[in-house]
Design a protein around this ligand. Structure first.
Ligand code: ZN
Ligand code: ZN
Length: 458
């Protein structure tokens, strides 16, 4: 479904907002720290004053320009992002849609003109038109409705995940976890990146072998997403961390305590990865009273304060066996101590790379694996961003995340059966370009673009 075009304008530029509204765009005034992820374009006073969390939408700087100039740039951005088709051009070339005269700048007229000129985004504009006519300009109500709509979409997606995302192996609105796979099943629980985004939660990957679960990383919302998918946290005894960046461990407290408490809680926890001892100690220390209170209500201390087995990674290579699955880990280059994990059992295997830049070690480590989950952050197309911003972003990230060419090399060197690109979301993924680069590097397997709740089988 096509999304509605949404523009945010930073305070205090109400005049720019009015001009955009007159042209029929959904527009909100936002504070600096507002959630920018739902907007297609954000008009801001100063690009340089923005934190990294603002790079989601396409940014337009007011920079002492006239309202008209800013509005023109907003439309160019929307057009470049494919949100409106040819609208800005058509209007500027004098086809009379109201860009110059302002006579036809009323919302309905603007949308109607664009509708006629833009067959591709017709559905979107029809909606825009309908909504504008039916709601007039009651902005408060408007944005409330939009929030409701967004919430409904998220819920639908979660419901949909239970049935659809299992590659057709299970049908209907049933949890994929109601069936036990013959071998491995990998679920990208959260397929996103460090920036909060609707539709892509922070990174977390579940590796399942038969009825045994291994949770690799636990970014924000992991516990609730797993629950929605039909797998409550108390069912998972093995928790592994690739590294301790907040997008990979932000939900640890919830997972740890929620999965343990109550009579049905987990009574054994295996923790492995770099700095897990530190993470555990800090948590238990901070929640000492909370844990004791819950234990006092009758919950056994096992699984939280006792019967917790910690393998803290401090050496080059680690190898352990949990629930009959051989797990090996090697360090990979990233901006924090980071490990890639390999799971082997009964002739099948799966590898989770963690965040990384190119390393010649990954290919041999992941050799002939059935499923290779890779940090695909740099496969995003940053072209929707202002050029300078995109360039800075790309340069900044290249030191800690592999570019597509390097991902392709590692995939080819591993000769994995399937590569799953996750840790996504900064921009659209140009699947065509990615496929081309992977095949020209000599990768012959399947390429899967992760989604939250997607299940992958060998
Ligand atoms: Zn990281
Ligand atoms: Zn990360």
């Amino acid at each position: 479904m096509l999304q509605m075009v949404k523009v945010a304008v930073e305070y205090p530029f109400t005049d720019i907002r009015q001009a955009l509204q007159k042209k029929g765009y959904q527009t909100d005034m936002v504070e600096m720290e507002a959630d920018a992820s739902i907007y297609d374009v954000i008009v801001v006073r100063n690009l340089n004053a923005l934190s990294a969390s603002f790079i989601k939408g396409s940014l337009v700087e007011t920079g002492g320009r006239s309202v008209k100039e800013v509005v023109m740039e907003v439309e160019e951005r929307l057009q470049r992002a494919g949100k409106i088709a040819g609208r800005a051009n058509a209007e500027r070339s004098g086809t009379g849609a109201g860009f110059k005269s302002g006579m036809l700048a009323g919302a309905a007229a603007g949308a109607l003109a664009a509708l006629m000129m833009a067959p591709k985004s017709g559905e979107e504009l029809q909606r825009l038109l309908k909504e504008k006519i039916s709601t007039g300009d009651s902005e408060g109500e408007d944005s409330l409705n939009r929030i409701k709509e967004k919430a409904a979409q998220v819920k639908d997606k979660a419901m949909e995940m239970k049935g659809k995302k299992s590659m057709g192996q299970e049908k209907g609105n049933q949890s994929i976890f109601e069936t036990v796979p013959d071998g491995f099943r990998v679920v990208t629980v959260g397929s996103g990146n460090p920036l909060t985004e609707i539709g892509r939660n922070s990174p977390s990957t579940l590796v399942q072998f038969k009825d045994k679960y291994f949770l690799v990383d636990c970014g924000a919302d992991t516990t609730s997403t797993l629950f929605e998918l039909g797998l409550p946290a108390n069912k998972i005894n093995n928790m592994l961390f690739t590294h301790q960046h907040v997008d990979h461990n932000g939900d640890f407290w919830t997972f740890f305590i929620d999965g343990w408490q109550g009579s049905g809680g987990r009574r054994l926890l295996n923790l492995a990865g770099p700095q897990v001892q530190e993470l555990y100690d800090a948590t238990v220390n901070f929640f000492k009273k909370d844990l004791e209170y819950r234990a006092g209500l009758g919950t056994s201390k096992d699984g939280a304060l006792t019967n917790v087995h910690i393998t803290d990674f401090t050496e080059e290579k680690h190898s352990l066996e949990l629930d009959g699955v051989k797990i090996t880990a090697i360090p990979v280059p990233h901006s924090a101590p980071t490990y890639a994990f390999r799971f082997d059992a009964e002739g099948q295997s799966a590898v989770v790379s963690g965040d990384l830049t190119y390393t010649a070690d990954l290919g041999p480590f992941a050799k002939d694996t059935d499923i290779l989950v890779l940090d695909g952050m740099m496969t995003s197309d940053f072209s929707g961003l202002p050029e300078e911003k995109a360039e800075n972003l790309e340069k900044g990230l290249e030191n800690s995340h592999a570019v597509t060419e390097d991902l392709a090399r590692m995939a080819a060197e591993s000769a994995a059966g399937k590569v799953v690109l996750t840790h996504l979301g900064l921009g659209k993924i140009d699947v065509k370009r990615v496929t081309k680069e992977f095949s020209s590097a000599g990768f012959k397997g399947d390429i899967i673009i992760a989604e939250d709740g997607l299940a992958i089988y060998p």
